[in-house]
Design a protein around this ligand. Structure first.
Ligand code: HDE
Length: 704
């Protein structure tokens, strides 16, 4: 029977030639429009069959049922249904980028690693930064340790340095890792809080694990609220070994030092950034790379021998301890440059599989128990997450050097080995690869003896001395932040006994810290100090290397100035600010009451990057407000503009104001004459303002 229902065929407007330029590149912040017009190609199924209609499912009659024989629809939805893979159980939220690692100082006498034989050797690198506790969709500014995982594609295989931005860890034995992670993640009965340690379960566990106290000091410091991935250090944490051509072993610890300098945000900023831009860190890295401002890190090593290991106050196998830079100096041996964003987040950042046991000849493990546990865990987790043993066939995980082995089959096999030999030894003429005693990886033949027991060595028993050393190495501002963070976190803990148990550890670290936290919590009396397993050493000297503020960059390079502008502003003033910022190596983000922009006094139209509501001052390293009297009055009538100014002031930001904009700070509690505020009388004042911005924050205004 003819079907005479009138037909309406919705068609997509995808090929109509609209020029949809990228919001970011459109604004000329840099880079080229990367969505170049592509030659039109036919849409096909994954099997390659051309598709005639991508808007309508095959139907029996115009208003009849959908037909399952529509293989194009079926395949499309089948694939969609299976788009998600299990997220990482820890470090689920991350962001990656490509680059290279270049050796700047050869280490041929220390390691036979091919990479380090001569200065100038370059290998491709992929780095993934992450938070630990939050799920994949959590916000970037959670107070959390950051993962700093580096994959080096060397000529002798992939070498992964799977580190963090903190040089120590919470626990000494891998058997406690599931407990630690369960405790910090959302509580199982209620499913919250997510991506934060400020809850009972975490602090309950911590209060019962004195070995975590050193890490807790780092965790409560500003290290866990970094301004950007670009401004963080990275650490391999464990002691590793380098082995040279003669088989001699040297212990090594790895440090990544950002050439951009260190920087963190304030807690109040972190909370607000999470609302204003939950993708703040990933956007920052993406933008920096997209605009050619490539972040760089030096790789520095601490090298030491058995004599040092034996004489060190602590056990070099204990991952809750550092070796102070003052005791074993850092030797810079290479630099890491990130210069290419991923083409596809899932294919690269999500599917990248770091494994601590990915090492190369010339590098070896130590008996750090945590490292040994990790060597089991990472391979195991990839099987679950990536679905089979062939995850090394995924391009981001594949080595860039030749590889030959007899592994075969399995889910998603991508290699098609040829020939008959799939075992070794064999006697076939083309018998395939053989072990290579000269080039192959050799473990350091460390003599092992002892009885098989479950124990924790005595040399791991000092839990407080380095926690104290960390605390006393901080500036007074940083110490105050650390105490505030503890008070904040413990104020979210409901069980008073847990609060008290945590505070009871603090006198073993520092009496003053203990008192501040107890007072901050409004405790009636100080709980008795926890009895330490080993008396803490109080004589460890402070180390400047442990403070962020003491390692500030002293320059505005790589930082961002947020400039609020209104109609009728002076062209010369705006131009001078932009020029001075660029001269200092920074970037400007223009903000206006409407995103369309403003018209200057000379009649020039200037587009804004942001509407003021979407660009609070917490997103910027320093700010400027340019307005005439009418513009200042307009801003004064806008709540987001008033908050912009008040927050910039409260957060110790360097602020530049046109003379008329001063009125925006004229309110009770706001002091336009305070330190760090520059009233620009003309374009000539811009360079001095940018010079001052190099200090990043006016600590004096914050009482520091
Ligand atoms: Fe991890 N860790 N970890 N970890 N870790 C994972 O591996 C684990 C530890 C670190 O961007 C998992 O692929 C155990 C210390 C980073 O993909 C998992 C123990 C340090 C990343 C795992 C530790 C780290 C991970 C989850 C204690 C700093 C993210 C997904 C014995 C030196 C890598 C995955 C990326 C990821 C296990 C302790 C750093 C489950 C069992 C210490 C940066 O395998």
């Amino acid at each position: 029977m003819p079907d005479d229902t009138p037909l309406y065929r919705p068609t997509a407007d995808t090929q109509s030639g609209h020029d949809t330029t990228d919001r970011y590149t459109k604004r000329g912040v840099g880079g080229e429009t990367h969505q170049q017009a592509e030659e039109a190609v036919s849409l096909t199924t994954a099997q390659g069959a051309p598709i005639s209609d991508n808007q309508n499912t095959l139907r029996a009659g115009a208003r009849g049922p959908a037909l399952m024989e529509d293989f194009a629809m079926r395949e499309k939805i089948f694939h969609f249904d299976h788009e998600r893979i299990p997220e990482r159980v820890v470090h689920a939220r991350g962001y990656g980028a490509h680059g290279y690692f270049e050796v700047t100082d050869a280490l041929a006498e220390i390691t036979s690693a091919h990479l380090f034989q001569k200065a100038g050797t370059r290998v491709p690198a992929f780095v993934r930064f992450s938070t630990v506790a939050g799920n994949k969709g959590s916000a970037d500014l959670a107070r959390d340790v950051r993962g700093f995982a580096v994959k080096l594609y060397t000529e002798e295989g992939n070498w992964d340095i799977v580190g963090n931005n903190i040089p120590v860890f919470f626990i000494q034995d891998p058997i406690k890792f599931p407990d630690l992670i369960h405790s910090v993640k959302d509580e199982p009965d209620r499913g919250f809080p997510q991506a934060q340690s400020a809850h009972d379960n975490f602090w309950d566990f911590i209060s019962l694990m004195p070995e975590s106290m050193h890490m807790v000091m780092w965790q409560m410091s500003d290290r866990t609220i970094p301004r950007s991935f670009r401004f963080m250090e990275g650490f391999g944490v464990h002691s590793f070994r380098f082995i040279n051509a003669e088989g001699k072993s040297t212990f090594v610890k790895f440090h990544w030092k950002p050439r951009q300098g260190l920087q963190s945000v304030l807690w109040d900023e972190a909370v607000k950034i999470n609302g204003a831009d939950p993708d703040y860190h990933r956007r920052d890295l993406w933008k920096a790379i997209e605009t050619g401002d490539y972040p760089e890190w030096d790789l520095a090593v601490q090298l030491f021998d058995d004599d040092f290991a034996d004489s060190f106050d602590f056990d070099i196998l204990d991952p809750t301890k550092i070796i102070p830079e003052e005791e074993v100096p850092l030797r810079v041996v290479g630099r890491l440059v990130l210069n290419r964003n991923v083409d596809n987040f899932f294919a690269e950042t999500e599917q990248v599989a770091f494994c601590t046991q990915n090492i190369v000849p010339g590098v070896d493990f130590t008996n750090d128990p945590l490292l040994q546990g990790r060597n089991f865990s990472y391979l195991d987790t990839q099987l679950k997450r990536l679905g089979g043993p062939n995850f090394t066939h995924i391009p981001i995980n594949a080595p860039r050097c030749p590889m030959h082995h007899f592994q075969q089959d399995g889910h998603m096999q991508m290699h098609g080995p040829k020939g008959r030999a799939n075992y070794e030894p064999n006697s076939w003429a083309k018998g395939g690869p053989r072990a290579d005693a000269t080039r192959g990886h050799r473990s350091f033949p460390e003599p092992i003896e002892g009885s098989k027991r479950k124990l924790r060595p005595e040399s791991f028993a000092d839990h407080y001395s380095q926690a104290r050393q960390f605390y006393i190495s901080q500036t007074s501002v940083e110490q105050a932040h650390l105490a505030d963070a503890l008070v904040f976190e413990l104020s979210k803990v409901e069980a008073i006994a847990i609060r008290e148990r945590v505070v009871a550890h603090l006198p073993n670290i520092d009496q003053d810290l203990a008192r501040k936290v107890a007072d901050g919590l409004g405790m009636q009396s100080m709980p008795p100090a926890h009895a330490p397993a080993m008396a803490p050493k109080t004589e460890l000297p402070p180390s400047d290397a442990l403070s962020i503020i003491r390692k500030g960059p002293g320059s505005f390079r790589g930082r961002v100035l947020g400039v609020v502008m209104t109609d009728r502003i002076e062209d010369t003033l705006l131009d001078a600010l932009i020029a001075a910022t660029e001269e200092a190596g920074g970037k400007v983000v223009l903000i206006a009451p409407a995103v369309g922009g403003i018209t200057t006094i000379a009649g020039r139209h200037i587009a804004a990057y942001e509407k003021i509501d979407g660009a609070p001052s917490v997103l910027f390293d320093a700010v400027a407000i340019l307005a005439d009297d009418a513009g200042a009055a307009e801003l004064g009538g806008m709540h987001p503009a008033r908050c912009f100014a008040a927050d910039a002031l409260a957060h110790g930001k360097f602020i530049a104001l046109s003379a008329e904009a001063v009125s925006l700070l004229n309110a009770p509690g706001r002091e336009p004459t305070a330190q760090g505020i520059h009233i620009l009388s003309g374009p000539q004042d811009a360079p001095a303002f940018l010079e001052a911005c190099g200090a990043l924050r006016c600590w004096e205004r914050l009482g520091g």
